[in-house]
Write a protein that binds this ligand. Sequence first.
Ligand code: SF4
Length: 333
Amino acid sequence: MTNVILSTTDISKRFPVTQSVLSRLRGQHRLAVNALNGVSLDIIKGETLGIVGESGCGKSTLARCLVRLHDCDSGKVLFEGTDIGTLNGPARRTFNRRVQMIFQDPYSSLNPRMTVRQILAEALSVHSMRPKAQIETRIGELLGLVRLPPDAADKYPHEFSGGQRQRIGIARALSVEPEVLVADELVSALDVSVQAQVVNLLLELQDRLNLTVVFVAHDLRLVRHISHRVAVMYLGKVVEYGPTSSIFAAPQHPYTDALLRAAPEVDPSRRTRTVAARGELPSPINLPKGCLFHTRCPLAMDRCRTEIPALRPRGDGHLAACHLDTLPAKATP
Ligand code: SF4
């Protein structure tokens, strides 16, 4: 695919589960949470890719692998074709500058003892973004970019609302002039009205600064509003992936269909009281065999219990990992 800036090739990530001394003495298997189970994605320069799924589906782990806060156990993350796992020294610092992450809770990532001026000056100095004499001017520009008043520079993080703190987090990320922003549940903790303001600001900044954005969220309304393409994740795998318009108009995976039916803003004729998909999310420690969704899928067949479905094209860049070629009109109960 042309213009791919960041991509993942079959990446997996497991987290060992802490076990008691007794179970280790008994020689019990070391358990692990299978957070990512072979994720391959392309992120195109200038686009917003939305990543959605239920809590525990691996989307935040994927976000962290994209910025190398986690190293993958297998597979690769490529930035402009280079495996980021091989980057060291100055090359790693350059990658860290060009691909920035914004976290769900800016409060925990902003030093409460530093003013906004100090926070932004520190970010500008670490990557030598400006000569010392120009730092003050740049701080003013950054505050203007995220629509905070100039006097915000002299305040501490606790003096701001949640939405304003998220703007400070965005300003800090922008201070190093990144090309890719990975936003992990950027507005999940904010009130709906504030969410819209922060999301609209992000859209405006993306356009103005030609940013590529990976927008990780569980809220389908937001993802639909902001994304050019969407990847739907389930138990550490991408089950559907493609242009937002195509996925929302005609989902090709029963899990996406269930998510859309449960979302508050889809076509009322398709809406049900379904929570998302029926049943419990299986444990990521003991993954189901075959299709990971078969324990909850209303359309599961015998082959689904043994055979892993591949992501297959469904037309116009739209892919889905399901043995069915098309979904029946009413896929979920
Ligand atoms: Fe359902 Fe089978 Fe498709 Fe999996 S492969 S989503 S179990 S129909």
